[in-house]
Design a protein around this ligand. Structure first.
Ligand code: HEM
Length: 417
């Protein structure tokens, strides 16, 4: 690909993370880019500066004074006025939740969330994760090929996070559907004709969570929503019920597709070289390393966003105030200055855990322990039950058209040969 040099700023006219070519294989696109010479470049197709080096991305995450989180969930296309009105009337603002807010608004939501999202609560999820895994895999007929996404990777994290939050089971399917609309609206390129439908779903999603909090207020249980309400009771001015609903809006989405795709990516990367799978079967102590290596090598959240609060220089490029940054986390995982031989998948890589897959700094992923736990327990159970698992041959993997959540939409496997 040619680099069109504008003053102080390389431009990649062809870089479009929503193109078919990119969705099918972003790592092939990455390999063809001159990232050594131009580690920061402007991509007119999305109107973002793309940041690819590990150190540059880390420095952005660690500097909330220079870089605002406001772009984190910003639609990539201008929305139709009708869709915008529906969103605003439904309480869905341009900075719709914690991950898009800067201090002090961010701190107001983050602090109580961290208080209620304790390591104990995550640890307590272990039996629930194991039970859910067993129930989902008991339903598999091992004699026939099955789609691991439908069977396991999609339902597991949804069930885990929704039950953690305190959502009644009969509402899981509806919430999952709303999450799909959210992914397209904030991270895809929805055509004008679809935007009203997405916006209407978003308003319904938010209204549902507000009602859930109101209902929980009169009917507490041992769940996250009730733990947040207990914090509200201590000091209603410090955390309103509306803010609790907003936090649930964060968790219901963040705890779901991220982990679905992580598990899909781990299993895919192990099975595409069957010797890798066999090695993990023979030595399950490799499982945490395999999960970590996948977060580096083929993360489920390949890009995150920021916007400059003032003019900055990043990777040698002068970037004006108010510019949007596409932090290409997937590229940070392939940065050879941090991860030697970055294109080799190695579950024993000593520093795989340095990956930036969960961000860093004040927005560092609250659910990292839960995401890792689900992926590790999932892999434990799969390798134990299906030691001879293989990919069904000649399947073409497809990926949801969005910039930030990536994993196979279906992964056909067979347990017996
Ligand atoms: C397993 C895969 C997961 C990945 C790769 C992932 C990745 C990320 C990333 C990149 C961020 C933004 C960090 C930043 O801006 O610095 C983030 C934030 C967040 N994640 Fe995760 N996440 C995962 C799982 C989860 C789970 C299971 C939860 C659930 C509870 C969760 C909840 C959150 C929340 C609430 C935030 C916003 C934190 C803030 O703004 O302060 N994530 N995550």
């Amino acid at each position: 690909m040619a680099v069109d040099q504008r003053p102080d700023c390389p431009v990649q006219e062809d870089f479009d993370p929503l193109s078919e070519e990119f969705l099918a294989d972003p790592y092939a696109v990455m390999a063809a880019l001159p990232l050594d010479e131009a580690p920061v470049f402007y991509a007119p197709a999305i109107d973002y500066y793309v940041v690819t080096r590990y150190d540059d991305i880390e420095s952005v995450f660690l500097d909330p004074d220079r870089y605002s989180a406001a772009a984190a969930q910003l639609p990539l296309v201008a929305l139709e006025p009708e869709a915008t009105e529906i969103l605003l009337a439904g309480g869905h603002k341009p900075q719709p939740s914690m991950v898009s807010l800067d201090p002090p608004a961010h701190t107001r939501l983050r602090r109580p969330t961290s208080r209620a999202f304790t390591p104990r609560r995550v640890d307590d999820m272990k039996p629930r994760v194991r039970e859910t895994l067993a129930a989902l895999l008991d339903a598999v007929d091992p004699r026939a090929p099955f789609d691991l996404v439908q069977t396991l990777t999609f339902p597991l994290p949804a069930t885990v996070i929704f039950s953690f939050m305190g959502v009644p089971e009969e509402d899981y399917a509806q919430l999952k559907e709303w999450c799909g609309h959210r992914a397209t609206l904030a991270f895809g390129r929805p055509p004008a004709a679809e935007q009203v439908e997405h916006a209407t779903s978003m308003a319904a999603y938010r209204a549902y969570l507000r009602e859930l909090v109101a209902r929980k207020a009169d009917d507490r249980a041992d769940d996250f929503a009730s733990a947040m309400l207990a914090i509200h009771d201590e000091d209603p001015d410090a955390l309103s019920q509306e803010e609790i609903a907003s936090i649930l809006f964060s968790l219901s989405f963040a705890g779901h597709e991220t982990t679905n795709y992580l598990i899909g990516n781990v299993v895919r990367r192990l099975l595409e070289e069957p010797a890798r799978w066999d090695e993990v079967v023979a030595d399950p102590s490799l499982i945490p390393g395999a999960v970590e290596e996948t977060l580096r090598f083929d993360t489920s959240v390949p890009a995150w966003r920021r916007v400059t609060k003032r003019a900055v220089t990043l990777g040698g490029v002068d970037i004006p105030e108010g510019s949007k940054l596409f932090l290409w986390l997937a590229a940070s995982g392939r940065d050879a200055s941090v991860f030697p031989e970055p294109d080799v998948f190695d579950p024993r890589r000593p520093n795989a855990k340095r990956n930036l897959a969960f961000g860093k700094g004040i927005h560092f992923c609250i659910g990292s322990a839960l995401g890792r736990l689900e992926a590790q327990l999932g892999l434990e159970e799969l390798t134990r039950r299906f030691p001879r698992l293989r990919l069904v041959e000649d399947q073409e993997l497809t990926f949801h058209p969005n910039i930030s959540f990536r994993g196979p939409q279906a992964l056909w496997v067979q347990a017996e040969r």
